[in-house]
Design a binder for this molecule. Structure first.
Ligand code: ZN
Length: 203
């Protein structure tokens, strides 16, 4: 399986990092080895002490597809979740500055946290879904999927022009404003509407 991540999908986050608004969705991949095993902590890697959290809505693909039309994209997923795209920000800034690929900063072991899956039917409208990230009980990020530049079905259309989507593939749909660094012993808790999707400790 693969993880396809979308960068710069919320105007508020583009502004906070002084990035340019993209013409098309920004995509990058994370390998399976980036996934944190169930109930394991996030370990700050030895190569970077500056790690940012990015909370994102996740979509799990349930059938194979290529060149999926936006109007049929809803048939390609039943479950959604919430996760964290852990980012070695200092390394990413260096790679951006050097115009190099981002993988070292985005796709390292442990960089993908995946929460519990929920049926999309549990939610009234997945295109107007509230989600939050709390650190040690303070809300640090809160978003709503209606603020995405490209909605889930449009992302599936765009991604599948380049990458065949297969059963079990996961899409990270981008982060809203409020990203920031983690510290040892922080507890990060994510909620999709009022459902708790994950809790992870930083070590
Ligand atoms: Zn991200």
């Amino acid at each position: 399986m693969k993880i396809v991540c979308v960068g710069r999908n919320y105007a508020s986050h583009i502004e906070e990092l002084n990035n340019e608004r993209p013409i098309d969705p920004v995509l990058f991949l994370k390998p399976e080895t980036s996934i944190i095993q169930k109930n394991q902590p996030f370990f700050i890697p030895h190569f970077s002490s500056e790690i940012d959290y990015e909370v994102e809505v996740l979509v799990r693909i349930n059938r194979i597809g290529k060149h999926i039309q936006t109007e049929f994209a809803y048939k390609y997923y039943d479950e959604i979740s919430l996760g964290i795209d852990f980012t070695a920000r200092k390394i990413q800034n260096y790679l951006k500055y050097k115009r190099l690929p981002w993988e070292k900063s985005k796709s390292f072991d442990g960089s993908s946290l995946i929460g519990d899956w929920f049926s999309k039917k549990d939610f009234r409208d997945i295109n107007a879904l509230n989600f939050t990230l709390k650190i040690n009980n303070d809300v640090v990020q809160s978003g709503n999927t209606s603020k995405m530049l490209w909605q889930i079905d449009e992302l599936i259309n765009h991604i599948s022009q380049y990458f065949t989507l297969k059963i079990g593939d996961i899409i990270f749909t981008g982060t809203p404003a409020g990203v920031g660094p983690v510290s040892e012993n922080d507890i990060l808790v994510g909620h999709l509407e009022d459902q708790k999707a994950f809790s992870v400790k930083i070590k």
